[in-house]
Design a protein around this ligand. Structure first.
Ligand code: GLU
Length: 458
């Protein structure tokens, strides 16, 4: 049996989109399942829009997701080079063949009006002339192929026009280069977004003209936004990098992309462990809608699956990547990690523990600090905590409950007043744990600071 060889072929014209990441994932799974090879090819023939920065970003994000490739521009391989801009000679050679065999011709343009075709010819135009190479579409032909997901797809060439395969700037167009590359790189299966269905007949015509067998195609439904149009910036963030910055775990993002349209037996899993159960037939032919809330839920599940050590490591990695580099002590990390869904939320939870100049939220000030009993509550806490010998969760809790009963104020009000006094916010890790982690001295200092804040309000 032929070895499975699949590829992910991004155009380096921007960031890695979650849709692209999902395509890469399905290719990766298919290669790993079949003991095949996963190839990364950079399709940079659009010279105006392609950049090295984008290429590097795409590779960085794929690596972060764990979708490692066996051959590619950075790691090399037997079928390189893996950047289209470095394969121009190859494209030229086959274009010559197409001209010789009568499947393509030159179109020569007017120097003054570069859109105007002066004449076409099978002879190479003299140097300095602006020309393109055009593929000749055979008339009245039915092109048919079996899509692994969509079944048999047929196109008629009746309304297809001849199309350019080489531009006048000496670069090939995508539909042509992709054929040369997939063939010369021995690609066996092309798994890609269904936005490429309409390109497939052109590609098949080129395969046929060169006497080559096309690979098997599988066109995967696109990821849509809530309004059922293809997911784009209009719907919210779509860059893999964005989700990394927001503190999502790579494994969680991949898990979510996997279940978007792949029916597996369970919803939460480590994709690496699912390789053996992957089969392309399980990919749904229905449209899938990207659900940001569900992604956050998946992430929270993955956070819970990590040991404390593992999560700390991921957290440090996130800090390095985002530059949110305030050092979070392990004790603070431990209590913050319980209630959060992302690493970024964890950091935001931790910040008030670290910063002495924490802000008081408007909500806290309005609902608690401006109330007449706030001063009493805080003053009492200051006194009682100062007198505490054993400073632990039980004693701290008992102290706050005692204050509530002495002052005849509801416990919730006491707790929230103290919570905000110490951390500035009403949503924080568990109150008693937080007070213990802050320690007696910090707690006292912060209560005093809040008393001063009350003074400044009056
Ligand atoms: N460069 C193309 C894209 O980014 C690749 C399409 C394909 O997989 O053939 O859409």
């Amino acid at each position: 049996m032929q070895q499975v060889r699949v590829r992910f072929a991004p155009s380096p014209t921007g960031y890695l989109h979650v849709g692209g990441a999902r395509t890469a994932l399905f290719n990766w799974l298919y290669a790993r399942k079949n003991g095949g090879k996963f190839i990364l090819r950079i399709e940079d023939t659009d010279t105006e829009r392609s950049t090295r920065e984008s290429e590097e970003m795409i590779m960085r994000d794929l690596k972060w997701l764990g979708l490692n490739w066996d051959e590619g521009p950075d790691v090399g391989g037997d079928f390189g080079p893996y950047r289209q801009s470095e394969r121009l000679d190859l494209y030229k050679t086959f274009a010559e063949k197409l001209i010789e065999s009568g499947h393509a011709y030159f179109a020569v343009y007017d120097k003054e009006d570069p859109k105007k075709v002066l004449y076409t010819s099978v002879q190479r135009p003299s140097d300095g002339t602006a020309y393109t190479i055009v593929f000749k579409v055979p008339k009245n032909k039915i092109i048919s192929y079996d899509d692994m997901l969509k079944g048999t797809i047929e196109f008629s060439t009746e309304y297809m026009e001849d199309f350019i395969i080489f531009k006048s700037n000496g670069f090939p167009v995508y539909n042509y280069a992709v054929v040369i590359d997939d063939h010369t790189m021995n690609i066996t299966h092309v798994l890609r977004g269904e936005d490429h269905i309409s390109n497939t007949p052109k590609q098949i015509l080129i395969y046929e003209a060169l006497g080559w067998q096309p690979p098997k195609f599988m066109h995967i439904p696109l990821i849509l936004g809530a309004d059922k149009t293809p997911l784009s910036k209009r719907h919210g963030a779509t860059a893999v990098e964005y989700f990394r910055r927001e503190g999502y775990l790579a494994k969680a993002l991949v898990n979510y992309l996997a279940i978007l349209g792949w029916s597996v037996d369970e919803e939460i899993f480590d994709y690496v462990e699912k390789v053996s159960s992957f089969s392309p037939e399980q990919i749904s032919n229905k449209n899938v809608v990207f659900d940001y809330q569900k992604l956050e839920w998946v992430n929270s599940k993955h956070m819970k699956m990590l040991s404390s050590e593992q999560m700390y490591e991921q957290f440090l990695d996130w800090q390095r990547f985002t530059g949110n580099d305030k050092q979070v002590p392990k004790s603070v990390f431990e209590i913050c990690k319980e209630k959060v869904n992302t690493l970024k939320q964890l950091y935001e939870f931790a910040l008030p523990f670290i910063e002495e100049e924490y802000e008081y939220s408007d909500e806290y000030v309005e609902k608690f600090l401006k109330k007449p009993e706030a001063r009493d509550i805080i003053q009492n806490a200051l006194q009682e905590f100062s007198a505490l010998d054993e400073y632990n969760i039980e004693s701290v809790e008992a102290t706050l409950r005692k204050i509530a009963s002495t002052l005849q104020i509801g416990t919730n009000k006491v707790f929230q007043t103290i919570r905000g006094a110490l951390l500035g916010k009403l949503v924080t890790p568990g109150l008693f744990e937080s007070i213990v982690v802050l320690g007696k001295e910090k707690t006292k200092r912060r209560l005093k600071r809040t008393l001063e804040k009350i003074d400044s309000l009056n």
